[in-house]
Design a protein around this ligand. Structure first.
Ligand code: TXA
Ligand code: MG
Length: 315
């Protein structure tokens, strides 16, 4: 794939929006860092984000929208969240909020959780792209997995740790003014909590809320990943991996048709796109779940990582 470098003028924006509507990934500048955007309603487009980044696991992604109204179509806003949105949006603040049942967001975006991270970016190019695309855009930082977040289009395309040849296009909006990821606030136990420090100082948020933020311990299953608290979907039913089906189980197939098929054709992008929906549907059957072997290369590594976490004993 040849990666296009697009100018953020009318024709570049139209091209980028058309690529997004076809399910491709496009890197876009935001005021924090460059994000690798895909239509958040299109599960296969979102799977391509993980494919391009070579991420070994599925983290929930931040969904970018043009304004508060668009955000309210996707999630419910408790009073404190509404206050923070009114004060800090557009800007470097991500709010983790209860997902609305009618949001239309692909379950891969939230990694199967019933919360969603939302942000209204202030960058004029991100704003213009959101309006041209007319879609909520899921976007993690536009770097290969384990690399530093990019703050220029050159970083996005860098031969080392960049995404040249792996994504459809980058909109070149020059250097990102902040160069630091957004601050993430959520209410995991009802209290406002700092899930990741970032571009907006925690103190400013505490002043606005007139309340200290809880600073939860990082998830022990992912000690080096900030913003991970409570971010693993786990089914209620026990889960067996690399398994042949036993009687009484709901069996997820791969490379073989069936009522719970991850991909009839053994396609890893399709399997990633279906994974969390299928796990939820399987869980709803109320029987133990088994999953056929998934190859451990490409997106398969991310799928297997999530399945191992879902299968791990609960605390
Ligand atoms: O500034 C930023 O936030 C940039 C730009 C592109 O917006 N994006 C970014 O995305 O840094 P990423 O994927 O590198 O980091 C997203 C973080 C992850 O640590 C993830 O766990 C957390 O947000 N997150 C997203 N949704 C979540 C949810 N529903 N619950 C808990 N954490 C969530
Ligand atoms: Mg990142």
């Amino acid at each position: 794939m040849q990666t296009l470098r697009l100018s953020p003028d009318a024709s570049g924006l139209a091209r980028a929006a058309a690529l997004l509507s076809q399910g491709a990934c496009v890197a876009m500048p935001t005021e924090t860092v460059y994000g690798l955007a895909a239509d958040a309603r299109n599960a296969e487009a979102v799977a391509r984000i993980y494919e391009a980044k070579g991420r070994p696991g599925f983290n929930p992604l931040i969904v970018h929208v043009a304004d508060l109204g668009a955000a309210q179509a996707l999630a419910t806003f408790p009073d404190q969240a509404l206050l923070l949105a009114q004060v800090f949006w557009p800007g470097a603040l991500t709010l983790v909020l209860p997902l609305r049942a009618d949001s239309g967001i692909a379950s891969l975006v939230t990694a199967g959780l019933d919360t969603v991270g939302l942000r209204v970016p202030a960058h004029p190019v991100a704003q213009a792209l959101l309006r041209a695309a007319g879609a909520p855009l899921a976007a993690p930082s536009a770097n290969a997995s384990g690399r530093i977040s990019p703050t220029t289009a050159d970083h996005v395309l860098a031969p080392e740790g960049g995404l040249d040849g792996r994504i459809a296009a980058v909109l070149d909006g020059g250097p990102c003014p902040l160069g630091l990821e957004s601050t993430i606030i959520g209410w995991p136990d009802g209290r406002p909590s700092l899930l990741r420090p970032g571009g907006i100082p925690a103190e400013e948020i505490e002043t606005t809320l007139d309340q200290p933020l809880a600073r939860p311990q990082a998830d022990p299953a992912a000690p080096n990943a900030p913003g991970q608290l409570g971010s693993h979907y786990a089914p209620t039913a026990p889960l067996r991996l690399n398994a042949h089906p036993e009687p009484g189980e709901t069996h997820l197939t791969f490379g073989q048709p069936g009522p719970f098929s991850l991909s009839d054709a053994g396609d890893l992008t399709q399997a990633a796109a279906r994974l969390f929906d299928l796990l939820r549907r399987a869980d709803a059957q109320g029987r133990p779940i088994s999953v056929a072997p998934i190859p451990d290369h490409g997106l398969g590594a991310a799928i297997n990582d999530r399945l191992r976490r879902a299968a791990a004993p609960r605390p």
